[in-house]
Design a protein around this ligand. Sequence first.
Ligand SMILES: [Mg+2]
Ligand SMILES: [Zn+2]
Length: 186
Amino acid sequence: MGKTGVFLDRDGTLNIEKEYLSDPSGLELYPDAAKAVKELNSMKLPVLVLTNQSGIGRGMFTLKVLTAIHDKLKKILKIEAGAVIDALYYCPHLPSDNCNCRKPKLGMIEKAVADTGVNPKISYFIGDKAADIMLGKNAGGKTILVLTGYGRTEKDKLEKKPDFIADNLFAAVTWIKKDLNSNDKS
Ligand SMILES: [Mg+2]
Ligand SMILES: [Zn+2]
């Protein structure tokens, strides 16, 4: 059966979208993003970040820089709210590479399932792009579009409706809490 987890997008969802963020000093979280992750930690839901980083494939930044950005992300989460990410996966490829990990393909999820025992079919997917929603639908889970980042424009590009549209990550987590409670009662 596996566990319920929360798959989170990075840019435009956790941290402010800056178009190919390529320097840790430019990393800034949205207000209450750290608090939202902490809330998921308290709910004992594994938090799995999945991010497409084609900037690597494009030669815009190195893997070393990406690692530094992720180290800083983890540090800010900890400092701001004592929040922890359980695992983080990235796709470094170009769309034209046709890899199996670039969202909305399922490669990163397959890895996360093998690593953590999360079952995507009873999990939640949060992101600001149509690809994040498609990913969640492809994986069979529940999807939430956040209106931060590209959310407002991507909303019109959705082929299938998400289960919920949230103003931001914290609102998305609040909805998950309610949704899990209503499942318990039914
Ligand atoms: Mg995004
Ligand atoms: Zn890839």
